[in-house]
Design a protein around this ligand. Structure first.
Ligand code: SF4
Length: 319
C-alpha cells in the first residue's frame, strides 16, 4: 500500500543572486513521480545540487511546487484546506541535516519537546511531561538532560533531540534529510541504528535523503537515483547496488570502490547548472556512452524487473 505518491512534481524558483544581476530559473525538480510504500525506507541518492533537498522541502510544503500532485492518504496536499493540513503536519515530520540549527538555542530541551504537544494536542500538563520523558528515553537521552539547552550537548545528542521532536506527535512518515552527514563518523552508526530501531517501534515510513551510499545500502529497502531533478533509476537496494543499469548509478557506485562489483565509471565534469538543463537525456553531457539520440530525446522508463526501472536508451527490458 502506498503511503505517499508524488505525481509529475515540478519545482522551480528564481535565483536572485545570479551574476550580472540577472534572474535565473532554477529547475530543481522536474516532472518527478515516486510512490512510497507504507513501512518502507526509501532512499534518494545523488550529488549535491541534484534536487534531493528541494524535493523533501516540497513534500513538507516548505518549498512551493509549480505543478504536480503529492498524495497523502488519498488527498493532494498541495490543495488541502488549512484544517486538513494541520493533520498532515502532525503525521509527517522532518529531521534536518544540522541538528544545532534546527533547535531553538534559547529553549530548554523539555520546552522544545513540549511545544508541539501543547499546540497540537489536548493532553494535560502531567500527560505532556510523561510523553516528553518517554520520548527522550526512547531516543537514548537521559531524562535529567531535559533541563539543559542545546549548546550543552554533543552533535550526536542534538540529533537525538531533533529525532525526539520529530517523533513526539507519533508521526507516520519521516523525511530525513542527510541526518548523519554533519556528525562525527563514530556517532553516525549510533544514529543510523537508532533510526532503524525507531522505524520498527513506531511503524514508520521513511524518506531518507543522503549522498552516503554506504549508509543507504545499510538502511534502505529501495533506492531512487536522482540526477538534475529527475529519478533516473529506481529499484530495491540490492538491485541498485548489485545490478545497476544507469551509467550515472554506476558512476556513483564507482566512487565507493568496495561497495559493488559492477562496471566502474569514473565521472568527469561537474553537475550542469539546474538553470540551464541539457536537452534530451540530462546526463548526456557527462555520459561515456552518449549516442546522438541521447542529445535529442529523453529516454522513457525501461522496466528491468517488476521493482526496478531505469531511464536510459542502453537499457533492455527483461520482462
Ligand atoms: Fe548515457 Fe544516453 Fe543512457 Fe543518457 S540515455 S545515460 S546519455 S546512454
Amino acid at each position: 500500500m502506498d503511503e505517499l505518491q508524488i505525481k509529475n512534481l515540478t519545482v522551480k524558483y528564481k535565483n536572485r543572486q545570479s551574476i550580472l544581476g540577472k534572474e535565473q530559473t532554477i529547475h530543481a525538480v522536474n516532472n518527478l513521480s515516486l510512490d512510497i510504500k507504507k513501512g518502507e525506507i526509501i532512499a534518494i541518492a545523488g550529488e549535491s545540487g541534484c534536487g534531493k533537498s528541494t524535493l523533501a522541502k516540497a513534500i513538507m510544503l516548505l518549498e512551493t511546487a509549480n505543478s504536480g500532485e503529492i498524495i497523502f492518504e488519498g488527498q493532494n496536499i498541495l490543495q488541502m484546506q488549512k484544517a486538513k493540513l494541520k493533520e498532515f503536519r502532525k503525521k509527517v515530520q522532518m529531521i534536518f541535516q544540522n541538528p544545532y540549527a534546527s533547535l531553538n538555542p534559547k529553549m530548554k530541551i523539555f520546552d522544545t519537546l513540549k511545544e508541539p504537544l501543547k499546540i497540537n494536542t489536548n493532553l494535560t500538563d502531567e500527560e505532556i511531561r510523561q510523553k516528553v520523558v518517554e520520548t527522550a528515553c526512547k531516543v537514548g537521552l537521559d531524562k535529567d538532560c531535559l533541563s539543559l539547552y542545546p549548546h550543552e550537548f554533543s552533535g550526536g545528542q542534538r540529533q537525538r533531540i531533533a529525532i525526539a521532536r520529530a517523533l513526539i506527535l507519533n508521526p507516520e512518515f519521516i523525511l530525513a534529510d542527510e541526518p548523519v552527514s554533519a556528525l562525527d563518523v563514530s556517532i553516525q552508526a549510533q544514529i543510523i541504528n537508532l533510526l532503524k530501531d525507531l522505524k520498527d517501534d513506531y511503524d514508520l515510513t521513511f524518506l531518507f535523503i543522503s549522498h552516503d551510499l554506504s549508509v543507504i545500502k545499510y538502511l534502505s529497502d529501495r533506492v531512487a537515483i536522482m540526477y538534475l531533478g529527475e529519478i533516473v533509476e529506481l529499484g530495491k537496494t540490492d538491485e541498485i547496488f548489485f545490478t545497476p543499469e544507469h551509467p550515472y548509478t554506476k558512476a556513483l557506485l564507482s566512487s565507493v570502490p568496495q561497495i559493488t562489483k559492477a562496471d566502474k565509471i569514473i565521472l568527469e565534469g561537474d553537475l550542469p547548472s539546474p538553470s540551464d538543463l541539457p536537452q534530451g537525456c540530462k546526463f548526456h553531457t557527462r555520459c561515456p556512452y552518449c549516442m546522438p539520440i541521447c542529445r535529442e530525446k529523453m529516454p522513457d522508463e525501461t522496466r528491468i524487473t517488476d521493482t526496478h526501472y531505469v531511464k536510459c536508451f542502453l537499457a533492455k527490458s527483461m520482462i
